[in-house]
Design a binder for this molecule. Structure first.
Ligand SMILES: CC(=O)N[C@@H](C)C(=O)N[C@@H](C)C(=O)N[C@@H](C)C(=O)O
Length: 678
């Protein structure tokens, strides 16, 4: 049986995430998530993949809490973080926090090298010297790690969990901000393994960001120069009342001396990476949105000594991300959405147009070999989960070489097609269409419209959370359209939907559905619409505008745009587009689904997690209440401890079971089957 037809087998498929190339280019470390023995968590272990593709992938680490964030030191040792217990110390009462571990270049056991009471977050290593900086959450006003641990103990023993805020924001994603803030610590050169019987040298930590305070922590977007002399980090600064924007700050690691490197009052600046000789940086500039204009992204080349800035991608009508220099510093590689793909591009530093290197698929975790011979990345597509590949650094439009894959490429229960429709204004709307095995004119498949989130994103890659093949295994066709506001189709395509979510984004989706409903292998009488987050907003909007679908599933959705904007974790991000609700109520009134609740006739499944601070639970509570009050047939799948996404195997399984049962009832006309564990 296909693993997509059996949710237990689906949850057990290994998932590849994260890639790191060693300094000598001879070893790749890959993260692989698998189910723990109790099947209650996905655990990440590190595997080694041969960049030449000759040796089979082999597992490097094994522990109950798992390992993540691999980064190679120049001496060939592999650093990673893990909350595994340290065999060298007596077990204490507290659960261990993630610590920094080092696996020697020539094998053997990993040893713990660094701990902090707030846990070790991001780790950066200087490419030439091997100096290390780490990010760790630190309480305000404490002098060192011991004082930090003592203050944590004091708060715990006094039963104090309260946080006093003096600035916006107060939450991020699923975490409360404060009282600890992320600080960046200098660890320097890590000591070598001690001889048998000797205690390892302790690693001292020096705070490079002693002034970081909540909620304006220094975050974990950091880069270390190849000689370890300069740290560049992204810093959030106030931008108007209750607003924030990001700028780049440089810190001399020897003295802690700090200077602002790139500060643009009209943009967020981040994702900085050093050139191989350390004299320049490349970073991403995202213009702050306004009532009239969506964001635009460009790559900046920054002279480290003078702070002089040059635009590398002016006139490029796509949104570059994740830049890094080529091996000799003469070009920059980056990723960008284009036409339902997430491609690798290359742009010369001294001027010239970006060239797209990859024909198809979606890439992440790009790694540049230091001798310039190759690029490595994880590649996925709607019909292939992420897997490691090798690319030629220069060839445009290539199909990369697959490398040994510690994950799987299971047989799919159907086929993937690229389709398009034409909107009323003549604009092309690109979509992916998954067809189940056996769909034909004699046996047309019921259709699910899936609406992506963001909204400034696109359907372009494999998804374990929203996996259309689970639906295809039950006979559904799944349509994944990229309507107005999707990225990768040019700035004008985003502008078409800016501030008018209920207009072109909605009508583009309906045009895409109209077009596939013309197909003989699709059953236009048995259809449903589903979406998460912005996709959930749109599912709610669809419910208020049309009765053409038999069912609607709305996950982590926006229902009342005014209440959402005031309670989400980054209100300023949305208010720039919508305007102040008191001064500019128009967009809220015209586009908020809650104002049209009386029009809803379609049965709805509402799904939400209580730890969702991106779209707070109040949206779902109000939507559910409004549906119940109006007698709309509806169900509410509530997750008390999931965030914006459903991330534990048990809850992810009942998510799919409940969605499938709801669709079976309303789309296939079968009786309601309550999932066994609910
Ligand atoms: C700061 C912010 O709100 N950023 C947006 C990209 C965002 O998180 N939008 C959500 C409403 C959303 O639609 N998220 C989708 C992509 C998801 O699946 O998380």
């Amino acid at each position: 049986m296909s693993p997509f037809a059996d949710l237990g087998a689906f949850a057990a498929l290994p998932r590849v995430a994260g890639l790191a190339l060693s300094a000598d280019g001879r070893r790749l470390a890959v993260g692989v998530q698998t189910l723990d023995p109790e099947r209650t968590k996905w655990l990440s272990a590190l595997w080694e993949v041969d960049p030449e593709g000759r040796r089979a992938a082999r597992r490097l680490t094994r522990s109950a809490p798992g390992e993540s964030a691999p980064v190679w030191a120049p001496d060939g040792s592999l650093l990673f973080t893990s909350a595994r217990p340290d065999p060298a110390t007596k077990p204490g009462g507290e659960d261990p926090q993630p610590a920094l571990w080092s696996l020697p270049a020539d094998g053997g056991e990993a040893r713990q090298v660094l701990t902090h009471p707030g846990g070790i977050g991001r780790v950066a290593v200087a490419a030439d010297t091997g100096d290390v900086v780490v990010v760790a959450a630190t309480l305000p006003g404490v002098a060192d790690a011991e004082a930090d641990a003592a203050r944590r103990k004091e708060r715990k023993e006094a039963g104090v969990t309260a946080i006093l805020h003096e600035a916006y924001p107060v939450r991020y994603w699923d975490a409360d901000l404060g009282p600890a803030a992320p600080h960046v610590f200098w660890a320097g050169r890590l000591p070598a393994d001690p001889p048998a019987g000797a205690a390892p040298d302790p690693v001292g930590l020096r705070d490079l960001t002693p002034d970081a305070v909540p909620p304006i922590g220094s975050g974990d977007d950091v880069a270390l120069s190849p000689d370890g002399a300069l740290l560049v980090r992204t810093e959030a600064v106030p931008d108007g009342p209750a607003g924030r924007r990001d700028r780049l700050v440089a810190v001399e690691t020897a003295t802690g001396g700090t200077r602002v490197l790139v500060d643009d009052p009209l943009a967020d600046v981040g994702s900085a990476r050093f050139s191989p000789d350390g004299t320049a940086l490349v970073c991403v500039r995202e213009s702050l949105t306004t009532y009239d204009e969506p964001p635009d992204y460009t790559l900046l080349h920054v002279d480290v000594a003078t702070g002089a800035v040059r635009d590398l991608t002016a006139g490029f009508d796509r949104w570059p991300s994740a830049p890094q220099f080529g091996a000799d510093g003469s070009c920059v590689y980056f990723l960008a959405d284009e036409d339902g793909r997430h491609a690798v591009f290359r742009v010369p530093v001294d001027g010239g147009e970006p060239v797209r290197l990859t024909a198809d698929g979606a890439y992440s975790d790009l790694q540049v070999a230091r001798d310039g011979s190759a690029l490595y990345a994880l590649r996925s597509a709607y019909d292939e989960p992420p897997a490691p590949v090798r690319l030629d650094p220069e060839t445009p439009g290539q199909h990369p070489d697959p490398l040994p894959n510690p994950g799987t490429l299971p047989q799919l229960p159907g086929t993937l097609h690229e389709v398009e429709a034409t909107a009323a204004d003549g604009t092309r709307v690109q979509s992916w269409l998954v067809l189940p095995e056996g769909a034909s004119a004699d046996q047309p498949a019921p259709l699910l419209l899936w609406i992506h989130g963001g909204p400034l994103m696109s359907w372009n890659s494999w998804s374990w959370r929203w996996c259309p093949w689970v639906m295809a295994a039950r006979g559904y066709a799944v349509l994944l359209p990229n309507p107005a506001l999707s990225q990768g189709f040019g700035q004008d395509f985003v502008r078409r939907g800016w501030g008018e979510w209920g207009e072109a984004p909605y009508t583009d989706l309906m045009a895409a559905v109209d077009a596939v409903e013309q197909r003989a292998d699709v059953d236009a009488t048995r259809t449903a619409a589903m979406g998460g987050s912005f996709g959930g907003y749109m599912a709610n909007w669809v419910a208020t505008q049309t009765d053409r679908f038999r069912a609607i599933v709305t996950h982590a959705s926006l229902w009342d745009l005014d209440s959402f904007t005031g309670t989400t974790d980054a209100a300023y991000y949305w208010e720039r587009e919508w305007g102040d609700p008191l001064l500019h109520p128009k967009r809220y009134e015209q586009n908020s689904p809650h104002r049209f609740a009386d029009a809803i006739r379609t049965p709805m499944l509402v799904i939400h997690g209580d730890r969702d601070y991106r779209v707070p639970i109040g949206e779902a509570l109000r939507l559910w209440y409004d549906l119940q009050k109006r007698g709309v047939p509806s169900k509410f799948l509530y997750f008390p401890d999931e965030n914006h996404w459903v991330l534990t195997p048990g809850n992810a399984t009942v998510w799919y079971e409940t969605v499938l049962a709801f669709l079976a009832e309303h789309v296939l006309g079968e009786g309601w089957q309550r999932p066994g564990l609910l």
